[in-house]
Design a protein around this ligand. Structure first.
Ligand code: HEC
Ligand code: HEC
Length: 216
């Protein structure tokens, strides 16, 4: 009986020894770009969102992207599409995807058109532009560009680019903060800011940022 058992486990060991190199070479062949194939269905290979409501990811700070993907994976930030793809993502794929998209240059060069608006009176600005560059003094809301940079270019590592971003995506985010559907995020500042904007102001300021730079 013992001999039988020994023979059985011995043949299993032999089998394992044969299989081990095969499984190792399978892992070794795994292509890190496979993960980008999965994301590109919605975010493109160049990081340009394929439909309204899907954000463009190109040029976003790597740390910012990493935090957001982790938030989707851990279900602190909820979105049906992102939940499905991020649910079991290992850290290495998150790091790879964040690095990959942060390095895409995107269709627009915001750096060519940066403005701080020192050249214009607030009274001469449209509503969206005025909020972007002067905030709302009455409710002590700072100008968006103080954190997001001139033209909403984004400031690494924590402040995402708003310039050239999808308009629907931007306004969805402000409404998500207003209704407690997106976690407060870095510094927790966006909740208070979103709440202090009227729906009309959300429309105006997101349209302003979406129009910065050229989109494909
Ligand atoms: C089926 C479509 C779909 C796929 C596939 C997809 N995403 Fe998304 N992604 C979305 C949508 C829609 C949003 C916007 C969610 C929201 O409104 O909060 C989003 C949001 C994001 C954000 C947040 C951006 C920001 O500015 O905060 C990141 C980062 C992101 N996706 C990364 C990825 C990565 C990495 C992959 C591949 C592993 C991926 N996505 C695959 C649809 C998708
Ligand atoms: C005091 C700094 C600060 C100011 C001022 C500020 N933001 Fe933000 N904003 C942030 C931070 C930090 C984040 C990232 C939040 C996170 O980690 O989830 C953010 C994220 C966002 C996002 C989400 C972008 C994305 O890719 O998902 C939008 C939209 C946004 N801000 C719009 C605005 C608008 C519009 C204004 C002006 C009315 C503004 N912000 C003013 C700090 C600021």
């Amino acid at each position: 009986m013992f001999q039988q058992l020994f023979q059985q486990s011995f043949s299993k060991i032999i089998l394992l020894i044969f299989l081990l190199p095969i499984s190792q070479s399978l892992f070794a062949q795994e292509n890190p770009d496979d993960i980008i194939n999965a994301c590109s269905a919605c975010h493109g290979f160049d990081g340009v969102g394929k439909e309204a409501g899907i954000p463009s990811l190109w040029g976003q700070p790597e740390t910012y992207l990493k935090h957001q993907i982790e938030a989707f994976r851990d279900s602190t930030r909820i979105n049906l599409a992102m939940d499905a793809v991020s649910h079991e993502l290992p850290d290495k794929d998150i790091i790879y995807a964040a690095q990959y998209y942060s390095k895409q240059t995107g269709p627009s060069d915001l750096s060519g058109s940066l403005v701080w608006r020192g050249d214009k009176w607030p009274g001469d600005m449209s509503l969206g532009e005025k909020i972007a560059y002067t905030g709302k003094l009455a409710v002590k809301m700072p100008a968006c560009v103080t954190c997001h940079g001139p033209s909403g270019v984004g400031v690494a590592p924590f402040f995402p680019r708003l310039g050239g971003q999808d308009k629907n995506y931007l306004s969805n985010q402000l409404h998500a903060w207003k209704t407690g559907k997106r976690p407060p995020g870095t510094m927790g500042v966006m909740v208070g800011i979103a709440i202090s904007l009227t729906d009309e102001e959300v429309e105006a300021v997101t349209a302003y940022f979406a129009a910065q730079g050229e989109k494909k």
